[in-house]
Design a protein around this ligand. Structure first.
Ligand SMILES: Cc1cc2nc3c(=O)[nH]c(=O)nc-3n(C[C@H](O)[C@H](O)[C@H](O)COP(=O)(O)OP(=O)(O)OC[C@H]3O[C@@H](n4cnc5c(N)ncnc54)[C@H](O)[C@@H]3O)c2cc1C
Length: 529
């Protein structure tokens, strides 16, 4: 197939010098690897740095690809990481969403309730009060409490000294009080009981792919406030972001080696000393190694249990990885006028009512899925309204588990294709019924990603798209730490999403530089020079 569109990600080339000794080797050229690399370059001098990536392009999970003249993307929402981008010197043309943050349809039998959730915390609060006036007092109290809690998060250190730790109860009492609280628990605390109100408020846990009764209250509120205050998407395609970062890293003297799979992290006497590339004899030595791949892949396979303490392996065994997804990407003909369909929001979400996320997550935990006509949740995204390219729609459907998808793909391709088509038709049917009349008549190209697709491209053994699940038992200090039990080996997996990956890089480099960059802060507040 000839390619008619040149994506920025495909313009990047390896510039590996062939050296066998580096100050820093980063495994994975996704957003975490790239942010860590740029932050490191900006805060050190004369360090030899290499990123090793198994795919032929940068970006990992955040990418764009072409199918028959249509460009599809994985990501949809660009959170407010503008100050971090400025610091790194990454300039890309972003569209800022003014007005509404989300169009939300809640289906209950034949009834469909529609909400247009405005951007900005105050606007959102007023909107909810307008729709649920009888709950005004509780809504305002919840929002004020949450905003203050998020403010207190800013005061925390990601790397605390003993003195910092002693200060926490006074500086951030709300964070301490909510460390073990779920988002559902927080809604309960403020007596948000009206099922319709609660369903809209619970929308925000879906960003992390977990239901409200498992999501961390602090994490959910933080995500809600930070993403709805200011949110963006690129005017171009999403691959521009990693491509520009990779380009800058190379311009500043860094090396990237594409198409090279790390097979082993070399550990000698409890210290990481380098990596071994698959199908190669020699080793690449490194003073420091950072792994940004799925924690199960990184620790179980690349390091190996034989090098890790039993207590760490026990912790790893208990880690709940996040969900996987089915993405239905559609290229549409030009007879459909997308601008008339009221789709130009960062998110359009259609779901059944309260309890849906919990039921779907239970299905995922059981190793499968629980979608039906009466129980579903999906996002509908229309990138072409911004990019101006040929009409595209993406239906993003979580949670799915890897289940048999990998087995089918590898050993029974007909079955794999049939299952893909079945789920594609299911979600297209829902989008057609509730949001885009006659959608199926306009489809020219259909590209369906399954959990096996995500497992294949990322190397995640579970096809998890959001790293370790952001459930309350894996939040903050309870998450696997960046510092691993192996000396000189680090694993920045603070959180997922573009915001999470940016902060992974910030916190990672701050840790390597002993707080001399971000002063140990949990959010981005670099030391002024
Ligand atoms: C469908 C989808 C939609 C999303 N939408 C959004 C969104 O709208 N907004 C948002 O903020 N976030 C979104 N996310 C989440 C976001 O994309 C991820 O959190 C983020 O990209 C993760 O970056 P990372 O660098 O931590 O990990 P990854 O992207 O997984 O990067 C790890 C890299 O390591 C490489 N690798 C793995 N194994 C090896 C090996 N052995 N040797 C060498 N290289 C290896 C992989 O190929 C990959 O490039 C979405 C994710 C998905 C999948």
């Amino acid at each position: 197939m000839t390619k008619s569109i040149q994506l920025k990600r495909d313009m990047l080339k390896s510039n590996f010098s062939g050296a066998d000794n580096y100050d820093l080797v980063i495994i994975g050229c996704g957003l975490t690897g790239l942010t860590s690399a740029l932050m490191w370059q900006l805060n050190t001098e004369n360090k030899r740095t290499l990123i090793i990536e198994q795919n032929s392009y940068p970006g990992g999970f955040s990418t764009s690809y072409e199918r028959d003249g249509y460009v599809f993307e994985t990501s949809q929402l660009f959170p407010d990481i503008v100050d971090i981008m400025d610091y790194m010197g990454v300039e890309i043309n972003l569209k800022k969403y003014e007005g509404d943050f989300m169009r939300r349809l809640v289906v209950d039998g034949e009834q469909v309730d529609e909400y247009k959730i405005p951007a900005g915390v105050e606007n959102f609060t007023d909107y909810m009060v307008e729709h649920f006036p009888e709950d005004e007092k509780n809504i305002r109290a919840l929002m004020a409490y949450g905003a203050e809690m998020f403010k207190q998060v800013r005061k925390l250190k990601s790397q605390s000294t003993t003195i910092d730790k002693l200060k926490i109860p006074f500086q951030a009492p709300r964070v301490v009080a909510n460390l073990n609280r779920t988002y559902a628990g927080l809604l309960d605390k403020f007596e948000i009981t009206n099922p319709k109100l609660r369903e809209v408020m619970e929308t925000f846990t879906s960003f992390g792919g977990v239901p409200a009764d498992r999501a961390s209250a602090i994490y959910t509120f933080g995500g809600m406030i930070s993403s709805m205050t200011r949110c963006f998407r690129p005017y171009g395609y999403f691959d521009e972001y990693p491509a520009r970062m990779a380009e800058l890293f190379q311009e500043r003297g860094g090396e990237i080696r594409f198409n090279a799979e790390v097979e082993k992290i070399v550990v000698e006497n409890g210290t990481a000393t380098g990596v071994k590339i698959k199908d190669e004899d020699g080793l690449i030595n490194a003073a420091t190694v950072i792994t940004t791949v799925d924690v199960n892949l990184g620790m179980r396979k690349l390091v190996g249990a034989e090098h890790l303490p039993a207590s760490y392996m026990e912790k790893l065994d208990k880690v709940v990885m996040s969900v996987s997804s089915i993405n239905v990407s559609l290229g549409l003909d030009d007879k459909i006028d997308m601008s008339k369909l009221d789709l130009d929001y960062p998110y359009n979400v259609i779901s059944t009512g309260l309890g849906t996320s919990e039921a779907l997550f239970e299905g995922f935990l059981a190793g499968d899925q629980a979608f039906s006509e009466d129980c579903f949740h999906m996002a509908v995204i229309c990138p072409s309204l911004t990019t101006g390219a040929k009409n595209t729609i993406t239906l993003r459907c979580t949670p799915f588990a890897l289940n048999q998808w990998k087995e089918w793909r590898e050993n029974d391709y007909e079955k794999y294709k049939a299952e893909k088509e079945k789920w594609g038709d299911f979600f297209i049917g829902l989008a057609e019924k509730y949001m885009i009349p006659n959608l199926s008549k306009h489809i020219v190209v259909k590209d369906i990603s399954t959990p096996a697709t995500y497992a294949r491209y990322s190397g995640s053994p579970t096809g998890s798209i959001y790293d370790m699940a952001s459930i309350v038992s894996q939040f903050g200090p309870k998450r696997l730490p960046m510092k691993t039990p192996i000396k000189n080996l680090y694993q920045p997996k603070f959180a997922h999403g573009l915001y999470g990956t940016a902060m992974n890089g910030v916190q990672m480099v701050d840790l390597l530089l002993d707080r001399k960059f971000n002063n140990g802060n949990s959010l981005f507040a670099p030391i002024k020079r």
